[in-house]
Design a protein around this ligand. Structure first.
Ligand code: SF4
Ligand code: SF4
Length: 177
């Protein structure tokens, strides 16, 4: 078992062990995050993805459906040399919030070796997940609390955030400008 598979297998326990401190730290950071916070997260993202290999995981493609835009549909249809209307008919449905999603999960384009069949034309939401590279990660702490149930990389980054910012009293965070 490689490191990614190990982290994935332990994710449920990891979640139980860390959710309280993660929520507490995120709550504090939502009120006021230091200016350096998003840079810190981007650095951790790079470190974590040096160890984690998405091809040994694929959990997001198996368990989460990306929200799909009209632009995404045009891109995916282009990649498959299909008409957007035909692509929509074959692969897309609407969810209860009237958003477009794939009509089957795991994703119809996930191959058995966890490669994405339409990688160069995949939806924007797939490119951005789990958002740990985002320059505005501090605005995405709510969804990260959900993503750590699925994504071992989001969990590792979140644990690093707790280690760095969890023990710092709010007063000190407020004065870090
Ligand atoms: S389109 Fe590709 S990256 Fe996106 S969920 Fe499907 S397999 Fe995963
Ligand atoms: S982004 Fe996260 S959940 Fe998706 S394949 Fe990579 S490690 Fe797994």
């Amino acid at each position: 078992m490689n490191k990614t598979e190990e982290l994935l297998e332990n994710l449920e326990q990891d979640y139980k062990d860390n959710i309280v401190s993660i929520k507490k730290t995120f709550k504090k950071l939502r009120k006021k995050a230091p200016k350096t916070f998003d840079y810190f997260v981007q650095e951790k993202h790079d470190e974590v993805f040096e160890v984690i290999d998405c091809l040994s995981c694929g959990a997001c493609c198996k368990e989460l459906g990306p929200r799909i835009t009209d632009w995404d549909i045009r891109q995916m249809a282009k990649g498959l040399k299909m008409k957007p209307a035909k692509f929509t008919e074959q692969y897309i449905k609407m969810d209860e919030d009237d958003d477009f999603i794939f009509n089957t999960m795991p994703c119809p384009f996930l191959m058995p070796d966890n490669y994405c069949m339409i990688y160069d034309h995949r939806p924007k939401a797939c490119r951005e997940y789990p958002h740990t590279e985002s320059r505005r990660f501090s605005k995405l702490l709510h969804i990260t609390e959900e993503n750590i149930k699925i994504c071992p990389a989001a969990m590792e980054v979140s644990k690093a955030i707790v280690k760095e910012f969890g023990g710092v009293p709010e007063k000190i965070i407020r004065t870090q400008k």
